[in-house]
Design a protein around this ligand. Structure first.
Ligand code: IMP
Ligand code: MG
Length: 178
């Protein structure tokens, strides 16, 4: 059963998201023109964004997945990050882009970046759909960002609340007490 809570506002419509995804894909395709990228989908939240983004890339791309967990079932970050699933692929010497749904405290990506950085990729960049800097505790260099948002808990377009709402084609603000 879906959890209690209501979506109080649409933050980004399906059309706004699609337009921004196409812009990001164009920017990445330009930056890596003549080369190729290795895209890492950070499960589960970025699965929708990843599948949309890669379909708009004009350059060769290979994809793998990782899963890190920091939230449990709450709407606030727990502070400890666990790697639940690692890559199958060797990233040595490759141009890697980590694809993320949202950067909040930055802890998940900080840990993930460290883990991947020591494997000697040629380059390592972050592409996130949403940047929520309000509670940032780890400084991060975010290379590609869809939208910067205020301190809201959002769902849809891959983002969940207790595993629900990932299928919404838009991004909405969820009030868990609503
Ligand atoms: P961080 O480690 O605090 O940056 O958290 C990043 C992860 O927390 C994201 O990949 C999301 O899975 C989750 N998260 C952070 N903010 C939200 C939100 O507003 N809605 C849904 N999930 C979120
Ligand atoms: Mg995520």
């Amino acid at each position: 059963m879906p959890p209690e809570g209501i979506i109080t506002q649409t933050l980004f419509t399906r059309e706004q998201i699609q337009q921004r995804v196409e812009e990001l894909a164009a920017e990445i395709s330009r930056d890596y023109a003549g080369g190729e990228i290795f895209a890492i989908c950070l499960l589960k939240g970025s699965l929708v964004f990843t599948t949309d983004l890669i379909r708009h890339l004009d350059i060769p791309v290979t994809v793998d997945m990782m899963r890190a967990s920091s939230y449990g079932n709450s709407t606030v970050s727990s502070g400890s990050v666990k790697i639940l699933l690692d890559l199958d692929t060797d990233i040595t010497g490759r141009d890697v882009i980590i694809i993320e749904d949202i950067v909040d405290t930055g802890r998940t990506l900080h840990k993930t970046l460290h883990l991947l950085g020591v494997r000697n990729p040629k380059s390592l960049r972050i592409c996130t759909m949403l940047n929520k800097p309000h509670h940032r505790v780890e400084e991060l260099d975010i290379h590609y960002s869809g939208f910067t948002i205020d301190d809201h808990f959002v769902v849809g377009y891959g983002l969940d609340y207790q595993e629900y709402y990932r299928n919404l084609p838009y991004i909405g603000i969820l009030d868990p007490n609503g």
